[in-house]
Design a protein around this ligand. Structure first.
Ligand SMILES: Cc1ncc(C[n+]2csc(CCOP(=O)(O)OP(=O)(O)O)c2C)c(N)n1
Ligand SMILES: CC(=O)[C@@H](O)[C@H](O)COP(=O)(O)O
Ligand SMILES: [Mg+2]
Length: 619
């Protein structure tokens, strides 16, 4: 590629003529499509920020000037321009490039992201540090219109607006979150973006207002109010100006000359500034342009057809959850679903189609989603809140303060519980277990297979009261667990397979692992009993005690961080009756790789567990 081949850092980029930048942008776009079609990753968002990222690195002086990417799923162009283009083939793979900015990966990555809406807060912190140290460089936060629906972003805007901190906030507005963006802010932005009245009259109005004769006293105050009122009507971005930020835009995010011009202006404006850039998610690849939500996150695909290379026909846990919830909702008009901008990811696409008035998309606003659910429950509705485990972390206090203390019947469908794999540290669902089981009034279930997921959801919605969480993993399952047809009873586990030498206690998908371990041990004449806990709160102490009275040895396998895990609770409960070995993930953040690789790397695969049990039994 004529220009891209020569670029290994922004230094080489700056040697190009501005007229050559659009050609480079096309080369980068082509490179991303080729590369991500092989590795998978976040495609549409990256295709939408090619010109923006080129213009940013051309205008700024990185890495002295700092860029913080909100969510960071759209940082591939930034990585390509900052010396990592040849590593793109290792994207999101074990020991390879992360799919998000990582300070440990490059001096050009100044802040790790992955969860939404953190960039402006981080940028404010970095800017205040710069000012305290009397340093002088630009700090730029790049935040999408979806991420701007996150409450944290508004907390930071509120703070930035009243400060005089020099900060450039680039609002990358493509009208999309993962699906179409939602909420009043999204409506406001589309008005600003598209109403030509703003664009054509803005300059004239500002000229008239600024040339109005200076008057004294009451007249002056009246004129000021009149000027603000008129400005409010015709000058775009007044929402941000009212907050105390200078608003620039809307700017065509695919026109490099306009962007360069805008950056030149922005660098000379004092205080906090928001640059409203309008882009197209999926730009330059027709399938992604047509269906940006489908091409937000992709696995390896055929460029010609846009189709996944490996078409999976097996339903995922999310599909099974969504389908069952539709059935439940058919028979219970009181049931509603809540999502935080993850309708498709949580399997609620069909629910949204069938029950458009009974699903609420909070935007990327998990805190609002959970407390809104509490309000719904307090008023006689049964809300099912579907959130990814790691995103539920955002609503920890809401679960306690607004749901559990009042013992409200809110059902938390905790998707992506356990290791998720390629998204890495920020997305591994390994903390929700410990923060959920410590909350009084909370019931927490983990289905070992799809049969249990369905019956647990039915049970959670229609048979128990109070706060209840069902946690299930990313991906799909091709097998059923023995005994999983048995009726769900509160706090009751079941013996999946009997044995006499050792008790293996597990929950969720670790029950399937335990059964595989049992098979391995059987070949070595070790007869293991597998206890499917089903509930990790309350635990079935009686069942566990009965089992260990027979085996005298217990092993607990739990795909979560150790501290606060149910494995530790079981160890404490059984230690007077049996020797207990617990197998959990380490007290560390787990990086990206496939789930299988990460389990093996942490000795949580069946072979490693079987080996450890043999040693534990002294065999
Ligand atoms: C707290 C949190 N909730 C949900 C997500 C999942 N998520 C990742 S990207 C995204 C949409 C982001 O939209 P936007 O900021 O507009 O970026 P775009 O993809 O449009 O460039 C969502 C909901 C997340 N990363 N963090
Ligand atoms: C960037 C982000 O947070 C989401 O796109 C997330 O990567 C989706 O994860 P799944 O692929 O598990 O739906
Ligand atoms: Mg967007």
């Amino acid at each position: 590629m004529k220009f891209l081949d020569k670029i290994n850092s922004p230094l080489e980029l700056k040697q190009l003529k501005t007229s050559e930048l659009p050609i480079l942008a096309n080369e980068i776009r082509e490179y991303i499509i080729q590369s991500v079609s092989k590795t998978g990753g976040h495609l549409a968002s990256n295709l939408g920020v090619v010109e923006l990222t080129v213009a940013m690195h051309y205008s700024l002086n990185t890495p002295e000037d700092k860029i913080i990417w909100d969510v960071g799923h759209q940082s591939y162009v930034h990585k390509i321009l900052t010396g990592r283009k040849n590593e793109m083939s290792t994207l999101r793979q074990l020991k390879g490039l992360s799919g998000f900015p990582k300070r440990a990966e490059s001096i050009y990555d100044c802040f790790d992201t992955g969860h939404s809406s953190t960039s402006i807060s981080a940028a404010m912190g970095m800017a205040r540090a710069r000012d305290l140290k009397k340093e002088n460089y630009e700090i730029v936060a790049v935040i999408g219109d979806g991420a701007l629906t996150g409450g944290m972003a508004f907390e930071a805007l509120n703070d930035a607006g009243r400060s005089n901190t020099k900060l450039i906030i680039i609002l990358n507005d493509n009208e999309m979150s993962i699906s179409k963006n939602v909420g009043g802010l999204s409506k406001y932005l589309s008005k600003v973006r598209t109403d030509t009245r703003y664009l054509s009259t803005k300059k004239d109005v500002e000229k008239i207002l600024n040339n109005m004769p200076v008057a004294g006293g009451k007249v002056k105050a009246f004129l000021k109010r009149a000027k603000d009122a008129v400005k409010q009507m015709v000058v775009p971005g007044m929402l941000f100006e009212e907050l105390g930020l200078t608003y620039m835009g809307p700017i065509d995010g695919h026109n490099i000359d306009d962007l360069l011009e805008a950056f030149k202006t922005a660098k000379n404006i004092e205080g906090p500034l928001i640059m409203h850039v309008v882009t197209k998610k999926g730009k330059g690849y027709k399938f992604a342009e047509q269906r940006p939500n489908e091409y937000h996150g992709v696995s390896a695909f055929d460029i010609e057809t846009g189709k996944n290379i490996k078409e999976s026909t097996v339903a995922s846990y999310s599909d099974v959850f969504g389908k069952k919830l539709c059935e439940i909702a058919e028979n219970n008009n009181n049931v509603v679903a809540i999502t935080a901008a993850m309708t498709d990811g949580t399997g609620l696409t069909n629910f949204a189609r069938k029950f458009p008035k009974r699903i609420f998309d909070a935007g990327i606003a998990e805190q609002h989603a959970v407390t809104m659910a509490a309000g719904l429950a307090a008023n006689g509705i049964v809300p099912v809140v579907a959130l990814y485990s790691s995103f539920l972390q955002r609503a920890y206090d809401q679960v306690i303060h607004d749901v559990a203390i009042q013992n409200l019947h809110v059902v938390l469908a905790v998707d992506r519980a356990g290791l998720v794999g390629n998204d890495g540290e920020t997305h591994q669902g390994v903390f929700d277990e410990s923060f959920l089981i410590q909350i009084p009034n909370m019931t927490v279930m983990c289905p070992a297979d799809y049969r249990e997921l369905e019956s647990m959801l039915e049970y959670a919605v229609n048979e128990i009261d109070g706060p209840v969480a069902i946690r299930y993993p990313r991906g799909s399952l091709k097998e059923y667990v023995s005994g999983s047809y048995k009726k769900i009873e509160k706090g009751k586990g079941i013996v999946a397979e009997e044995g006499s030498d050792v008790t293996i206690a597990a929950s969720g998908k670790m029950v399937v692992t335990a059964l595989h371990v049992r098979e391995i041990l059987k070949e070595q004449d070790i007869d293991a009993e597998v206890v499917n806990l089903r509930f990790i709160k309350p635990l079935d102490d009686n069942l566990l005690l009965k089992s260990v009275m027979k085996t005298k040895k217990a092993v607990v396998i739990d795909e979560a961080v150790p501290w606060g895990s149910f494995a530790l609770s079981i160890k404490a409960a059984l230690q007077d009756h049996a020797d207990v070995l617990i197998k959990t993930l380490p007290d560390e953040f787990i990086r990206h790789g496939t789930v299988e690789e990460l389990l093996k790397e942490n000795n949580m695969d069946p072979e490693s567990i079987a080996y450890d049990i043999k040693k534990f039994l002294g065999r």
